[in-house]
Ligand binder design. Structure first.
Ligand SMILES: C[S@@+](CC[C@H](N)C(=O)[O-])C[C@H]1O[C@@H](n2cnc3c(N)ncnc32)[C@H](O)[C@@H]1O
Length: 206
């Protein structure tokens, strides 16, 4: 985990300045996510990066706990939240494994642009299921490396050796859907802005 932390600490400042690649898709995903939210909800985000999405969602729920492995990402996120006057978001450094979180304590868990960066995707999904209240929702947006053009997939290990790319897990949409259903989720909403990405809202059984 140390190397993921180092990689993302180093990337934090550049990441915070990089524009959203597909603004229209981003807005659609925000909108769909917010249709699920209720004002009394407690939300966990893991891999929150520099906190932009947590800050946008915060006014729609009671509280968001935004977490990330990188303390540098979180420093930027905390400053952004202060600048935006957001008071119902808190930030904590750690991973789904290392954070001490109460089982069945969240109404929603957000994992945005993160599942494909984890080494053990199955256990992360199982942990999310454990943290959600019965009937709670897991909102994810994930790169499907298995669907990428072969030359990108050839480039990834080279970039990793040069320290220019993080660890990635390779899975297809079908594999992701199977992992979610094996962990006890049913798919409530699914949208693909293109073949290489999928946005899924999965519900834990009530
Ligand atoms: C591609 S960024 C996505 C950030 C944000 N969710 C977004 O959509 O802009 C991936 C984030 O996941 C964090 N990360 C990577 N591995 C992690 C892990 N095992 N646990 C928690 N966060 C992790 C990185 O520090 C980084 O902030």
């Amino acid at each position: 985990m140390k190397s993921a932390q180092q990689f993302w600490d180093k990337a934090a400042s550049r990441y915070s300045r990089s524009p959203i690649k597909d603004e229209k898709s981003y807005q659609k995903k925000l909108e769909v996510t917010q249709q699920y939210f209720r004002p009394d909800w407690s939300v966990l985000e893991f891999g929150c990066g520099t906190g932009s999405t947590a800050i946008i969602h915060a006014p729609h729920v009671k509280h968001i706990l935004a977490t990330d492995v990188s303390s540098k990402m979180l420093e930027i996120a905390e400053q952004k939240a202060r600048d935006a006057g957001v008071e119902n978001a808190s930030f904590q450094q750690g991973t789904l494994d290392s954070l001490e979180l109460e089982p069945e304590s969240f109404d929603a868990v957000l994992g945005l642009n993160i599942l494909h960066l984890l080494e053990d995707v199955e256990s992360a999904i199982a942990r999310v299921n454990q943290l959600l209240k019965p009937g709670g929702v897991f909102v994810s947006n994930t790169a499907l490396i298995a669907e990428m053009k072969f030359y990108w997939r050839l480039l990834i290990p080279i970039m990793q050796r040069l320290g220019l790319a993080p660890h990635v897990s390779v899975f297809s949409k079908q594999a992701l859907v199977s992992m979610l259903s094996d962990a006890g989720f049913s798919i409530d909403y699914e949208w693909q802005p293109g073949s290489e990405w999928v946005y899924i809202v999965a519900r834990k059984s009530a």
